[in-house]
Design a protein around this ligand. Structure first.
Ligand SMILES: C[S@@+](CC[C@H](N)C(=O)[O-])C[C@H]1O[C@@H](n2cnc3c(N)ncnc32)[C@H](O)[C@@H]1O
Length: 335
């Protein structure tokens, strides 16, 4: 694939969601402490201070079993008043309006029922960039940053343009981050879900990658021009087995798209297809990097073994994530 760099594209930066976990530093004044003693812990559409609202929200989330309830309540309130975490900490006594309180109560209610925080705020940070997310895309995971890090090590920062294909782009977090980090790169972001492709387009526009990416609604490589040869193919494919899907956290199982998670009886249905087809769309010397599930190393090595022994591929490594789980497979096409 040849990269073209047409018109420049304005990046419109929207406020970042609050992150970090220093909500525990929030100090609550004695007046509030007295009121807390009598709190009904039910939201009322009335004016309240930031600290009081967070206390009420924290209580409701804790009762619902939400881990890190205080941090999440803080994130939701920060989202409602369109401020960041540091503002909330330094303005704990500021009043919020009854409308803001009502919106906050709604969001806390949704979170208490199991809706992911990121679906309520519409944001997730990935590799230091803010990504729009919704119910049509997987919420980008921290372990997928390893896929990006591994890819960046193989993509030179200068010289000839690199072409990349991201299979199952979802929010676009992998493709967009790679193009954000490598301004000489271009490529294709594809997904079987048209709704996901729309989210990926918006994220690409926000981060200056829109006019270097072609977006395709495609079942794996079905819609990719067979004449195209990329320098790199990356994928965080669905890899959860039908059996494991049932055991996933409620937030994931009930709210994230199953299309993004499930891949047949052993979770390897899409990976198998990609291993068969990737070579057709890669230049010799090109790389194919993909993420795997926590227990898939041996099975994936078994699938790769004949490709390596035929002399057409080299398995560079399978890198562990921060928890030591084998996560990112890195292959080089030799011929
Ligand atoms: C695990 S999600 C990864 C999303 C994103 N790349 C990320 O890392 O957050 C997998 C994505 O693959 C897409 N997908 C599932 N089956 C596909 C197929 N047969 N062809 C193309 N994309 C597919 C899903 O719609 C989903 O967006």
């Amino acid at each position: 694939m040849r990269c073209a760099f047409p018109k420049s594209f304005e990046v419109s930066e929207t406020p970042r969601p609050p992150s970090g976990s220093n909500f525990c530093c929030l100090t609550v004044g004695s007046t509030i402490s007295k009121r807390v003693a009598n709190l009904q812990f039910e939201f009322e559409a009335m004016r309240s201070s930031i600290a009081e609202a967070i206390l009420q929200g924290t209580h409701k989330l804790r009762k619902a079993g939400v881990p890190e309830a205080r941090r999440e309540a803080g994130s939701l309130l920060a989202h409602v008043i369109d401020r960041d975490r540091s503002f909330i900490i330094s303005h704990a006594e500021d009043q919020i309006t009854s409308e803001e309180m009502a919106r906050f109560a709604d969001l806390v209610d949704g979170r208490a029922k199991g809706k992911p925080l990121q679906h309520l705020t519409g944001h997730q940070e990935f590799f230091g960039l803010d990504f729009e997310v919704n119910q049509d895309v997987l919420i980008p995971r921290p372990e997928t940053e390893l896929l990006v890090e591994t890819a960046l090590k193989l993509l030179p920062n200068s010289g000839a343009a690199n072409s990349i294909c991201d299979v199952g782009t979802g929010s676009g977090c992998v493709a967009v981050t790679l193009l954000h980090e490598r301004t000489n790169a271009c490529g294709v972001a594809l997904d079987i879900s048209p709704a996901a492709i729309e989210v990926a387009k918006r994220n690409a526009a926000r981060h200056g990658a829109f006019d270097r990416l072609e977006f395709l609604v495609s079942d794996c490589f079905a819609e990719v021009d067979r004449e195209q040869a990329f320098d790199m193919i990356v994928s965080n494919p669905p890899y959860v087995s039908l059996h494991d899907l049932e055991g996933l956290q409620k937030e994931v199982r009930d709210y994230e798209p199953h299309l993004a998670l499930e891949a047949g009886a052993d979770g390897l249905a899409i990976i198998r297809r990609l291993l068969v087809d990737a070579g057709t769309y890669l230049k010799p010397g090109g790389h194919f990097l993909f993420e795997i599930g926590f227990d898939q190393r041996a099975a994936v090595e078994g699938l790769i073994a004949p490709m390596v022994s035929s002399g057409s591929w080299e398995l560079l490594d399978i890198y562990p994530d921060l928890q030591g789980i084998p996560r990112t497979v890195s292959l080089e096409k030799l011929t």
